[in-house]
Write a protein of this length. Structure first.
Lengths: 171, 499
């Protein structure tokens, strides 16, 4: 039947009291290695362009463009490293919380009952460090899917098992 | 009415050959449209192409058409479907035979559509949609209307009930709730956002120009145009007049385009109330018939603007989960009166009340809005300075009032209401938009803070359902966290499904 009792605001489960756990520190290495690879590829293409493209603008402004790319990459890298500390997650009884972002900080919560399926993916680099990424898919817009990268493989597997069991129990 | 028997494998109506043939031909020519045009134009000039004469080319085209026809006939002959007690069977394929089986319980939507050609030969197409990816959609392209309706009924009917009782039920419950009048359609067309029509036309003209750039060059259109402008360059007044003329022409074209577009897509719009569902029928060349199932609705969006409000016109968009992308834009009912909107909301979601106390975003939000347009204005200033030089500063006389109005209305129209079961969010600047969603349909909640918001203890909330994500902008952090906790508690504590 329809009921409408007053809910005690203070008694509600609070996101603030949930202790968020930082992701594995080794994942920072993966990020930096990935960024380095990207930087090397872009700079290599630029250098190749210097030898093969004879247009004046490429020749005269080469060092300017080179340093611009390098500078942008450095700023990006610094922000990523600083933002790394903000990547935290928590698994509660009924939901999964993931926080991230330095310039724009976001805390997203997905109720477990809304998760359609869960997937564990490991890139080659992540495998070398024993890490894994958890992808939680909801039926929502693509924006409401959660990807938690940089979990130690064992943790990821435990979380995966826990959530899978919950999903299966629900349906 | 003759009752078709679906228990044996049957083909669609023989007119299906025409539909398949026309569709494939259209697709074929559309794909190679540019190629054909290029061939045609160079043929006109040289009379020859790769040593092929015009006659041979014509023969090739006829050959292709015959091939397409044979293909259509074969496709028709190999397209068979039938129904069992619980499943729908479909076998297709000329060389590779495919057999598709869909359990009736997995069918999400059944649409009946009728395009221009189908209207002429008096058949309808029936689309069956299942949950999951777009490939799983099935289209039967030619059925006569009675058969299609019967098939639709039987697809939705889980247990076998005797034929007569079903028919009686359907006919007595059919209750046309709303039928649009041509006058309201035209009013709706006039009050559209003409800027959008203008951009569509402009991009179309530009695209056309781009495609035929070479030909225009060869025909020296530019030089002819230049001489035309030269003639009128006598006085400043003449230039002003031409400019004014062009602007008026653009406005007129946009207006006409808006009206035509509204008229064609929404011609004969009617909303029919069934016992459980609501049915929308509309379209001039492309007739569609859709049904809305309340349990699948995720968001309801109601839009109006100043002009429309004056005429009493409201647009209602219903966002459902698991709907094909192409069909999504059709779940729109236009030209509704306010009372009708209210009635439909009550039909689609139960217990919705409008009297909840509205809250507003913090005043800081207005400043942020003003800052956003100001940044845009500065950018515009820089661009115009580089293009036109120093004499163009007067545009700020226009820009600044616009910026002020933008932030004023953007803030004035923003509000949010939250009660036990619903979230209502108002927004918009030129348009007034109202977003309604049921709390138990929420998929995820997200609290966002940029560095400026963090310093001021302000946050924005993003609430996603299966079809749309809405935002409550710039509210106090404490309030945001309270709402965040409350929504999660609501979703997780009640065992209600989102679909």
């Amino acid at each position: 039947m329809f009921s409408n009792q007053i809910i005690n605001i203070e008694a509600l489960p609070n996101v603030d009291t949930a202790t968020l756990k930082p992701i594995s520190k080794t994942y920072l290495k993966v990020i930096i290695l990935n960024k380095l690879m990207l930087c090397v590829v872009v700079l290599a293409i630029l250098t190749a362009a210097k030898f093969f493209v004879t247009k004046a603008i490429v020749q005269e402004r080469f060092w300017f463009i080179f340093l611009l790319v390098l500078g942008l990459w450095l700023i990006n890298l610094i922000i990523t490293i600083l933002a790394f500390k903000k990547r935290k997650y928590a698994i509660r009884e009924h939901d999964v919380i993931y926080a991230k972002g330095l310039l724009v900080n976001s805390i997203t919560t997905v109720p477990i009952s809304r998760i359609q399926h869960i997937e564990e993916s490991r890139s080659w680099l992540a495998r070398q460090f024993g890490l894994a990424t958890l992808n939680l898919y909801t039926a929502g817009e693509s924006g409401s899917d959660l990807n938690i990268s940089g979990l130690p493989h064992d943790d990821a597997r435990q979380v995966n098992d826990f959530i899978s069991a919950k999903i299966n129990a629900n349906s | 009415m003759q009752i078709a028997d679906f228990s044996q494998p049957i083909r669609q109506s023989a007119k299906g050959i025409i539909v398949i043939f026309a569709f494939n031909t259209f697709k074929f020519f559309k794909r190679f449209f540019v190629l054909f045009l290029a061939f045609g134009l160079s043929l006109m000039r040289k009379k020859m192409l790769f040593n092929i004469s015009a006659l041979n080319l014509l023969l090739i085209v006829i050959g292709i058409l015959i091939l397409l026809l044979v293909f259509a006939i074969l496709k028709y002959l190999n397209f068979k479907f039938h129904l069992s007690k619980d499943d729908f069977y479909l076998s297709t394929g000329i060389i590779n035979k495919d057999q598709t089986i869909i359990p009736k319980s997995k069918i999400q939507n059944v649409y009946i559509k009728q395009n221009f050609l189908q209207q002429i030969i008096n058949v309808v197409s029936l689309n069956i949609e299942t949950a999951g990816d777009n490939k799983s959609e099935i289209e039967i392209s030619a059925l006569d209307k009675a058969t299609a309706l019967q098939l639709k009924r039987e697809l939705f009917q889980k247990t076998q009930i005797s034929e007569n009782s079903v028919q009686d039920n359907v006919e007595t419950k059919r209750d046309v709730f709303f039928k649009v009048s041509p006058k309201r359609l035209i009013l709706e067309g006039i009050s559209q956002n003409h800027l959008r029509s203008f951009t569509i036309i402009a991009s179309f003209v530009f695209g056309l120009y781009y495609e035929f750039k070479d030909y225009i060059k060869t025909y020296r259109l530019k030089e002819r145009l230049d001489t035309f402008i030269d003639l009128s360059e006598d006085t400043i007044v003449n230039i002003m007049l031409t400019n004014l003329f062009i602007v008026i022409l653009a406005i007129l074209f946009s207006l006409l385009f808006s009206i035509l577009k509204t008229f064609i897509t929404n011609f004969g719009l009617e909303v029919v109330e069934n016992r459980k569902t609501i049915e929308i029928n509309k379209g001039l060349f492309n007739k569609v018939s859709l049904s809305l199932t309340p349990s699948r609705i995720q968001n309801i969006v109601i839009k109006t603007n100043r002009v429309k409000q004056y005429f009493g016109l409201h647009t209602m968009q219903v966002k459902q989960a698991m709907v094909n992308v192409k069909q999504r834009k059709n779940f729109v009912i236009i030209a509704l009166e306010k009372a009708q909107v209210r009635h439909l909301i009550n039909k689609l979601i139960t217990n919705y009340s409008e009297d909840t106390v509205p809250y507003k975003p913090l005043l800081f939000y207005r400043r942020v809005l003003a800052l956003r347009v100001l940044l845009l204005a500065i950018l515009l200033n820089i661009i115009t300075f580089f293009i036109f030089g120093n004499g163009i500063w007067w545009i700020n006389l226009v820009l600044i009032p616009i910026a002020a109005l933008y932030s004023y209305f953007g803030y004035k129209k923003a509000f949010y209401k939250i009660d036990d079961n619903f979230i209502t969010i108002g927004s918009g600047v030129i348009e007034t938009t109202l977003n309604i969603l049921e709390i138990h349909k929420i998929q995820s909640v997200s609290l966002k803070q940029n560095i400026f918001q963090k310093r001021k203890q302000i946050a924005s909330l993003e609430i996603a359902t299966a079809s749309k994500s809405v935002k409550i902008p710039y509210i106090a952090l404490k309030q945001a966290k309270y709402i965040y906790n409350f929504l999660l508690f609501k979703v997780e504590s009640q065992d209600r499904d989102w679909m």
